[in-house]
Design a protein around this ligand. Structure first.
Ligand code: GDP
Ligand code: IMO
Ligand code: MG
Length: 427
C-alpha cells in the first residue's frame, strides 16, 4: 500500500507543484486533501508553464487520476475556468474525481473574506481573499454547502437560507453592505450541478480500494506546515490542516496506510501575508533572493517576503509531520553568495532556544542565531547527481540535512521537471 504524503515544510510555495508533477508520472492517483484555490502551484514541463490553484498537480500526468478530496473547499467558477484553461492547452482532464462531501466556496463566503479583512485593518491576516476561511468556518458551524447538496434543490435552498440568515444581519448591520438574496445564490449554484456531475464520486471508497489493489496514491498538500490552523503561526495561518494528519481526515484514509511523508523544503525561506518570520531580510540580500528566486505569488501576485534558511522550522516540520524525507528545492537560487547564513537556533529575551517556542509571543520576539556556511559560484542547474555539485553546495545540503532531522532525498536545481537530483527514490 504505497501511500505518500507530499507537503510544504515552511510557509508554502516551497515547490510542491513541481515535486508532485515529477512523481505524477509514476503514481496512479494524486489527491488534494485540504485548502482550495488559495494555493498556487507552478509546474514547468519543457517550455510550457502551468499555474494550478485548485486542481492537483497530477492532472498534467496522463496516467494519473487527479482527486479533490472531502477536505478541500471548491469554488466551482474557479474549477471550471481552470479546467477549460487546461483543455485549451490540450490537457485531458476527464479523469478528475471530486468528493461529494467537499464543501463549496459560495459567493457570500468570498464577500465575507474580503469585508472581514478590510475591517481588521492593521490586524489583517493578509488572506488570499478567495473565501477559504469563511467556507471552513461554515463547515465547522455546520452551515456549509457540500457538493452533494447541488443535487437537491429543496435541501440546497434550506441550507443557503440557514447560512445567509446570520450573515445578512452581519453584512447589513455591521459592515454596511447589501444583503445577499438566497434565490440568486441557489440559482448560481444549481447552474453548476450538471457540469459537475460527471466528476462527483465517493472518493473515500475509490482511494481505499486503490490502496487495497496496491496502487500508488500521492496526497498533495496545499500551503505549508507553518500555515496549519493547529500547528502554524496562529492566527496568521490558513483555515485547514496542510500537515500530514490532514491527509487522513481530508481524504478518508487511515494513518496506517501512509508509508512515506515527504516535506518540500526551500533552500531559503519565504512567506506571503502577515505574521512572524524570524529570518526575514529587509536588505539587498532579501531583494536578491526575491529577484533570483522569482518570489512573487502565483495566486495573488504579491511579492513574497524572503529570508535565510531556518533550521528550527525545518526540525519542527519533521516533528509535527513525522517526515521520512525532504525534497530540497531552489538550491540553484543560492549560487553566487560568498557565505550563506543559516539560522540554527533563536535568541528569545536573551536566551538561546533550539526548538520552535509554543508561545506565539516568544516567537514574535525570536531573533535568529546564524551560522555562516561557505557559498559557491559555479552554475549548478545542469547537475544530475549529488557528486556533480560543487563541494560547498554539497556541504550546504549535508548541513541542512543534519540540522533538519530527516534525509534529503531529492534536490531541485531549476524549475523544470528534469532539473532535479534524485538521491533516494521515493517509490
Ligand atoms: P508551491 O506552491 O509549493 O507549488 O510552489 P510555487 O509554485 O508557488 O513556487 C515555487 C516556484 O519555484 C515556482 O515558480 C517553481 O517553478 C519554482 N521552482 C520549483 N523548484 C525549483 C528549483 O529547484 N529551482 C528553481 N530555480 N525554481 C524552482
Ligand atoms: P501554496 O499551496 C503561500 C497564506 C495567505 C495568508 C494566509 C491565509 O501555493 O503554497 P487564506 O486565503 O488561506 O485564508 O490566507 O495563508 N497562504 C499562502 N501562502 N502559499 C500558499 O499556497 C498559501 N495559501 C494561503 O497569504 O497569509
Ligand atoms: Mg504556491
Amino acid at each position: 500500500m504505497p501511500a505518500l504524503v507530499l507537503l510544504g515544510a515552511q510557509w508554502g510555495d516551497e515547490g510542491k507543484g513541481k515535486a508532485t508533477d515529477l512523481l505524477g508520472g509514476s503514481v496512479d492517483y494524486v489527491v488534494r486533501y485540504q485548502g482550495g484555490n488559495n494555493a498556487g502551484h507552478t509546474v514547468v514541463v519543457g517550455d510550457q508553464k502551468y499555474a494550478l490553484h485548485l486542481l492537483p498537480s497530477g492532472i498534467l500526468s496522463p496516467g494519473c487520476t487527479p482527486v479533490i478530496g472531502n477536505g478541500v473547499v471548491v469554488d466551482p467558477s474557479v474549477l471550471f475556468s481552470e479546467l477549460s484553461g487546461l483543455n485549451e492547452r490540450g490537457v485531458d482532464t476527464s479523469k478528475l474525481l471530486i468528493s461529494g462531501n467537499a464543501h463549496i466556496i459560495t459567493p457570500y463566503n468570498v464577500t465575507v473574506d474580503k469585508v472581514t479583512e478590510r475591517f481588521l485593518g492593521k490586524r489583517k491576516i493578509g488572506t488570499t481573499g478567495r473565501g477559504i476561511g469563511p467556507t471552513y468556518a461554515d463547515k465547522i458551524n455546520r452551515v456549509g454547502i457540500r457538493v452533494q447538496d447541488l443535487y437537491d434543490e429543496s435541501i440546497l435552498t434550506q441550507k443557503v437560507e440557514a447560512a445567509l440568515d446570520a450573515k445578512n444581519q452581519m453584512l447589513t448591520k455591521l459592515y454596511n453592505r447589501r444583503a445577499i438574496a438566497v434565490g440568486q445564490v441557489v440559482e448560481e449554484l444549481l447552474g453548476y450541478a450538471d457540469k459537475l456531475a460527471p466528476y462527483v464520486a465517493d472518493t473515500v471508497l475509490v482511494l481505499n480500494q486503490a490502496l487495497d489493489d496496491d496502487k500508488v496514491v500521492l496526497f498533495e498538500g496545499g500551503q505549508g506546515t507553518l500555515l496549519d490552523i493547529d500547528h502554524g503561526t496562529y492566527p496568521f495561518v490558513t483555515s485547514s490542516n496542510p500537515t500530514a494528519g490532514g491527509a487522513c481526515t481530508g481524504a478518508g484514509v487511515g494513518p496506517t496506510k501512509i508509508s512515506r511523508v515527504i516535506g518540500i523544503l526551500k533552500a531559503y525561506t519565504t512567506r506571503v501575508g502577515a505574521g512572524p518570520f524570524p529570518t526575514e531580510l529587509f536588505d539587498e540580500d532579501g531583494e536578491a533572493l526575491r529577484r533570483i528566486g522569482g518570489e512573487r505569488g502565483v495566486t495573488t501576485g504579491r511579492d513574497r517576503r524572503c529570508g535565510w534558511f531556518d533550521a528550527v522550522i525545518a526540525r519542527y516540520a519533521t516533528r509535527v509531520n513525522g517526515l521520512t524525507d525532504f525534497f530540497l528545492t531552489k538550491l540553484d537560487v543560492l549560487t553566487g553568495w560568498e557565505q550563506i547564513p543559516v539560522c540554527v537556533a533563536y535568541e528569545i529575551d536573551g536566551k538561546r532556544v533550539e526548538e520552535l517556542p509554543y508561545s506565539q509571543s516568544d516567537f514574535h520576539h525570536a531573533k535568529p542565531v546564524y551560522e555562516m556556511l561557505p557559498g559557491w559560484s559555479e552554475d549548478i542547474s545542469k547537475a544530475k547527481s549529488f557528486s556533480d555539485l560543487p563541494k560547498n553546495a554539497q556541504a550546504y545540503v549535508k548541513a541542512l540535512e543534519e540540522m533538519s532531522g530527516a534525509p534529503i532525498s531529492a534536490i531541485g536545481v531549476g524549475p523544470g521537471r528534469d532539473e532535479t537530483i534524485e538521491i533516494n527514490s521515493f517509490l
